[in-house]
Design a protein around this ligand. Sequence first.
Ligand SMILES: [Zn+2]
Length: 426
Amino acid sequence: MLDDLKNNLHFTTWHMVHQLPRFFINGWQSIQLKRTLDLTYRNVYFYQELWDNLKINIKQIKVPTDIYILPIINKNTLRELDISKIVNRSYSGRRTWHQTSGSTHEPFKFLRGSLKMPWNDRRYFYSANYRFLLWSGVGFKKIISNLKVAQIHTAPHPTQNYLFIHTENLRVSPQKTITELKMYGADILEGLASVLVELARIAESLPQKERPRFSYVVSFGEVLTSVERKYIEDIFKCELYNKYAMEELGVIGLECKQHNGFHINEESRIVNVVDDEGNELKPGNSGRIVITYFYNDILPFIRYDTGDYGMIYPGVCPCGLPTYKITVNGRHGYFIIVNKKRVHYMELDVVLRQFAGKIAKYQIVQSDNSEPNILILPTKDFSPSDLKDLQIKFREILGFALKIEVAKDLLYNQSGKAKIIINKPE
Ligand SMILES: [Zn+2]
């Protein structure tokens, strides 16, 4: 009984704190940070040695902004260490093994477990993943009891009851997948951006009434471009919400109705943006995204470099939510070399987004020492004159022409992602 009350109180505060004024968010984060640092210092050899060597006294860290005295770590540091060095040796709760997708490096295997978030309490999962509905005025009770979710992915979430379709099934029997989705009648469809494009292309080949419809589509795990967003929304007649999540750090943030950045799930983590030396960057400046997560008690991630680059949105979002908003520009490697100059893919995106509705997805392929090739996956509205227009626009805006090819299919990497930039050795 007392445990139930305690759990309910924890959940309610955890769930609501991101909507309270900044003062309360900071207060909550200070308490969670202190708990995480104490637990980690007492029980994890790696962090204890690291902080002792730098003569850092964690008692001096009282508020979220004090966190900058702690060193930044990354996946490689953790992967090279023996697991006994990085786990909490006193942890006795439930634990599960997980693995990062390894799209940029070798996959990293780690443990997940929390004493504060009961693993079978679905309220935490629904709040972290679907609170964008809450912001649009849908009651949480309705979300948790009525929401029908379908997901196309490579592994299901273990505790949820929803329609799970393996990505492989979509590829082997696309028609069966369409039928299953139509029968189930999900409110929300979730998947990697490229998987959603793949499904949309199958749906596009069908008459309107035979296509599955969703109120919302949630994309995650890959950079989502504006052309992909428009295409998916057009085909499924839905509103698309992008989600920023990482296997090891949970759901980091979700879009609001503005759809231009992720409101951070700040009740569970502190997100910092730093320069290449690790110094704090103020909102409005782009840098490396470093995260401290409060709820992996068995294998803490403290000042963990995500490998992503982004920027905290300066000021308050027009939607009025007090929680910080972050835009993510993808990995640092999202550059290509054109005319011996480094060009970020966003510069090309400025041109390509003008063709939203005509292009379902694009991929930029670069082989060593050669000019990049842009592969265009066209929609039904794409015509040969668009190809010419695209070439003209590139020359006008960028000052140079690019090789553009109309492709039949996406190019996937080993982890099954269809990345925007593909670097190929000659
Ligand atoms: Zn907002």
